[in-house]
Write a protein that binds this ligand. Structure first.
Ligand code: NAD
Length: 488
């Protein structure tokens, strides 16, 4: 009989977890405190947050050893039981959603409504991924032979998570790794370690020791995990620059990698749109989470015949935005998450003056708060080769550009090494589809942007990534493919 890793009948009926205190590494089912500690900073108030561990090489060794040991039995657990355990874990997260949303706002800065949406997305993603089953497939069948493709787990997987969606992106790595029979170690961003640590603490109620672990640390930790010979796969989400370093570090052990990297998403607006509806929608999508979303709209191309009216409508909309502490229910936009990012975005803001661009800003900087606040800014018509058009600012600043012909705007939209997302806005769906199909990006929307689904593959073209996560193809990325040749 296959070993049963979980006793679903014996699971606690409600998730008991103190989300706001005691942040430890979770190794082999136990909390581990490290001699050295560090802490995050609340980006809205600049107050220090509680201490978190700084993992050592010994902690990495212990976690990898325990993950490898746990893999032996976890991979033999029937898939239905693994899926059931992930579903229970997702339900437990839902039970403590309010606490996680508050913690998320405190460490990340996003308005609490957006934090609630991220927590909801986190359990919805896990529940959905526990419903997708990777089936063996008969590829060829004759009287004398049968050829079957089947999927086997890779082993020990490490999930490296960025600071903009620290909870949902961790869940999007844990669930597919576990349902496919792998074990998983989560490495949260040093800027936002709190939700990831508590997520894995909660997971201990549903999985055997070593199946899900978390290591928090400084900049040394990621390379240690990637270079480790007994780690089989890295699922990385972060910047293009770090993604290249991950690929280099993984080369020594020929590790499997999935890279979900940065983007510079264009939105192409055609002249037939309803300006009063579409302009505020685009501004909302560009400035959500203060622009700190990999698939936020980062370049807005508007057809020349409606350019001025559209610009004025966008300018009008951003005046209505309310900057502040995300815990304040009136706040529509929180701070930039950390000092480094704040300084980087300030660099783009400074270009406005030096280039003599016209720009509109909205949302007053809160006078009572010391945090990393930057007022949402729209730049009117910068040059195509300016930094604000070419680079990913990852903050609340977006350029507005004018176009005349479809072929011209497509060439400009595709003139980038990034290819994460893009959108086309038009009432003419045929035209929308024609333009959309010529855009080089992993996700392309017609009359929307930012929509994602746990059932659909998500990944970047060009330097925006390698491979994809979520959906069936995401599950496959946590597996080896094995071909069985049967002679009858
Ligand atoms: P980052 O690349 O600085 O850090 C991401 C993670 O990598 C962190 O956990 C960090 O500690 C770790 N890390 C840093 N150096 C490392 C190394 N040498 N080896 C291994 N790990 C290392 O990214 P960030 O600033 O946290 O996040 C913002 C970026 O992430 C943006 O570019 C954004 O577009 C991108 N992003 C992409 C997606 C996507 O799904 N494509 C989603 C969210 C964010």
């Amino acid at each position: 009989m296959a070993p049963s890793a979980i006793n679903l009948n014996g699971q606690p009926s409600s998730a008991k977890i103190d989300v706001f205190n005691n942040y430890a590494n979770w190794i082999n089912g136990k909390a581990h405190i490290t001699p050295e500690k560090r802490h995050g900073v609340n980006p809205a108030t600049l107050e220090n947050l509680p201490d978190v561990p700084v993992s050592t090489r010994e902690d990495v060794e212990a976690a990898v050893k325990s993950a490898r040991e746990a893999f032996k039995s976890w991979k033999a657990v029937p898939v239905e039981e693994r899926q059931a355990a992930v579903t229970k874990f997702a339900e437990a997260l839902q039970e403590v959603a309010g606490d996680f949303a508050k913690l998320l706002t405190t460490e990340q800065g996003k308005p609490v409504a957006l934090a609630q949406a991220e927590v909801a997305g986190s359990h919805i993603w896990m529940e959905a991924m526990a419903k997708i089953t990777l089936k063996s497939e008969i590829i060829q069948e004759t009287e004398t032979k049968q050829t079957i493709e089947r999927y086997t787990p890779l082993g020990v997987c490490v999930g490296i998570v960025p600071w903009n969606f620290p909870l949902q992106l961790a869940c999007g790595k844990i669930a597919p790794a576990l349902v496919t029979g792998n074990t998983n170690i989560i490495k949260p961003s040093p800027f936002t370690p709190y939700c990831g640590i508590k997520l894995v603490e909660l997971a201990q109620q549903f999985f055997p020791p070593g199946v899900v672990q978390v290591l928090s640390g400084n900049d040394s930790l990621g390379p240690w995990l990637i270079e480790h010979i007994d780690v089989d796969k890295i699922s990385f989400t972060g910047s293009i620059a770090t993604g290249k370093r991950v690929m280099q570090s993984a080369a020594g052990t020929l590790k499997r990698i999935t890279l979900e990297l940065g983007g510079n998403d264009p939105a192409i607006v055609c002249e037939d749109v309803d300006i009063e509806t579409v302009a505020p929608t685009i501004a909302t999508l560009a400035f959500a989470n203060s622009g700190q979303i990999c698939i936020a709209i980062k370049r807005v191309y508007v057809q020349d015949t409606i350019y001025e009216k559209f610009r004025d409508a966008m300018f009008k909309h951003i005046k209505t935005l309310k900057l502040g502490n995300g815990l304040d229910s009136e706040t529509s936009h929180g701070p930039v998450q950390n000092e480094m990012q704040y300084e980087r975005v300030q660099g783009f803001i400074k270009d406005i003056e030096s280039q003599k661009w016209i720009a509109a800003t909205g949302g007053e900087k809160p006078i009572n708060l010391k945090g990393y606040f930057i007022t949402p800014t729209i730049v009117d018509g910068p040059a195509d080769d300016s930094r604000i058009v070419v680079e990913e600012p990852f903050g609340p600043i977006v350029p507005l550009l004018s176009w005349k012909t479809e072929s011209e705007v497509l060439a400009r939209a595709n003139n980038t090494r990034m290819g994460l997302g893009a959108s086309v806005w038009t009432r003419n769906l045929e035209r929308g589809r024609r333009i959309a199909e010529q855009i080089e990006a992993g996700s392309v929307w017609i009359n929307s942007h930012l929509e994602v689904s746990p059932y659909a593959a998500f990944g970047g073209h060009k330097q925006s990534g390698i491979g994809s996560e979520w959906g069936l193809s995401g599950l496959k990325s946590f597996c080896n493919v094995q071909t069985l040749f049967l002679a009858k």
